[in-house]
Design a protein around this ligand. Structure first.
Ligand SMILES: [Zn+2]
Length: 473
């Protein structure tokens, strides 16, 4: 290939020729990336305490081997840190190469652990058997977040293919092993490995995209407050025919109490949980119905624009209940009932303030003087990304060029609480929250899947960002 002056592009390739070569490398590497992702999906790396930790270890080893095989890293290690309560956390992978010639260092984050699969019967193909149907790859972790892991891997491979293995950009790859179990050793991991993790830009590939054709850069995340709520009314169970009608059973008290969390239209009715005013892109009720799978005739809840409810308002969900099962139901007054309450909180509110508001509401609304106990509290602060830095514009440019579509600055209703830890430990670093999910991914649910077109475009955008940062003055 020569230009009009006869000089070879290969000796001094202009930027656009390098970028075209990069896009081709991403395209050619896609089958290998899908194969690597499929191999990771086959490892059931559920990080929850009740699941076999050997699978998470195997998964960490497999991820480390993949990054080692790129030849782009000076060191690739599987490391653990202890949790706040002193137990050893799940294994993470840390791979590093120092920057040269004054170039920046980029930290690439994803996690290799997954949520439990739920009931196999709810899956159309087995959760740990990666299966392509149409343009999607199905399996637990196929998107969240093993595709994030492999998008980093594929981006590094593409960069090394066109810039040479000796490229100047500094890289830190941090693949966590317990994101789905509350990132319990994350803060200690950051402190222990602070020097190796230090970077100018941090890419957190664990979020989603506007749709399969339009990329998003996530700029706001809700926080969360979850806890176990136990409601008790009786010292022991009694025959419902003996005392029913004169004493309240715990189920009645629990139902009455939980019903006070929402107004008649489904808006959250807990005083002190705040909302944040936002201007959001257009998103119709029709799209909400299709993406959430809302049944015919069932109405959405809450007020205001739909995205303001999802991105910038609170929500409260009861996600589990300990009570006699229907099969075991006897004519008994239940003395106590426990539920798991999961609240999402708007950017702008501290998780501790939201917890205090929920606790005050529960204590003042407990019916019939029922005893209430709150335990097993877990909180994560919401987060707003500072979008004023150069890395945000560079990331949006790379997305626009790789996807051929204008990126959306998006909020998400979910939470990534550890981002607050990253900002605390590395206040100078610029944070980019990207991802490989789309509205039909069903992360955490049966039939989780990755859109393979999104996968390719997400790799293309990240590889392009890395290539441009590698030549940044
Ligand atoms: Zn995730």
């Amino acid at each position: 290939m020569t230009d009009s002056s006869g000089s070879s592009f290969a000796q001094n390739p202009p930027e656009d020729a390098l970028e075209a070569a990069l896009a081709e490398s991403v395209e050619l590497g896609l089958p290998a990336s899908i194969a690597d992702l499929s191999a990771l999906v086959r490892i059931p790396s559920v990080s929850w305490a009740a699941f076999d930790p050997a699978h998470v270890e195997a998964s960490a080893d497999a991820v480390a081997e993949l990054f080692r095989s790129t030849g782009a890293f000076e060191a690739v290690d599987v490391l653990r840190a202890s949790t706040e309560s002193g137990e050893l956390g799940q294994p993470a992978v840390l791979a590093t190469r120092p920057a040269k010639n004054g170039k920046p260092t980029v930290l690439l984050y994803a996690h290799h652990d997954v949520q439990p699969p739920g009931q196999d019967a709810d899956w159309d193909s087995p959760p740990y058997e990666p299966t392509v149907r149409g343009d999607r790859l199905y399996g637990r972790g196929a998107a969240d977040d093993k595709a994030g892991v492999v998008s980093h891997l594929a981006s590094v491979r593409a960069l090394a293919a066109v810039a040479g293995a000796d490229f100047d950009l500094g890289l830190v790859v941090f693949i966590e092993g317990e994101e789905e179990f509350g990132s319990r050793s994350f803060a200690n991991f950051l402190e222990t490995n602070r020097d190796r993790l230090a970077a100018d830009v941090i890419v957190v590939a664990d979020s989603d995209n506007w749709d399969t054709e339009t990329p998003s850069l996530t700029i706001s995340l809700r926080g969360n407050v979850t806890f176990k709520l136990t409601v008790s009314t009786l010292a022991h169970a009694s025959h419902s025919g003996m005392f029913g009608g004169a004493v309240p059973d715990a189920m009645l008290a629990t139902i009455r109490l939980l019903s006070t969390f929402h107004d008649a239209d489904g808006s959250v009715a807990v005083a002190g949980l705040t909302s944040r005013p936002i201007t959001a892109p257009e998103y119709t009720e029709e799209t909400l119905r299709a993406e959430a799978g809302l049944l015919d005739g069932v109405q959405p809840i809450g007020t205001g624009s739909i995205l303001s409810r999802l991105w910038a308002g609170p929500s409260i969900t009861v996600t589990g209940i300990d009570a006699p099962t229907v099969a075991n139901a006897s004519n008994t007054l239940s003395p106590s009932v426990s539920v798991r309450v999961s609240a999402r909180i708007a950017p702008g509110q501290e998780a501790s303030d939201a917890l205090a508001a929920l606790e005050a509401h529960i204590r003042s609304h407990a019916p019939f003087g029922a005893h209430v106990e709150i335990s097993d509290v877990d909180t994560g602060n919401p987060f707003l990304v500072d979008t004023s830095g150069w890395a945000v514009s560079a990331a949006k440019d790379a997305m626009r060029d790789a996807w051929g579509a204008e990126p959306v600055e998006a909020g998400v209703g979910g939470s990534i609480p550890f981002i607050a830890d990253l900002v605390r430990v590395f206040p100078e670093a610029q944070i980019l929250v990207t991802g490989v999910e789309d509205p039909h991914t069903r992360a955490h649910s049966p039939n989780e899947s990755l859109h393979l077109g999104v996968f390719k475009r997400a790799i293309g955008a990240e590889a392009l960002l890395l290539l441009r940062l590698n030549s940044r003055e």
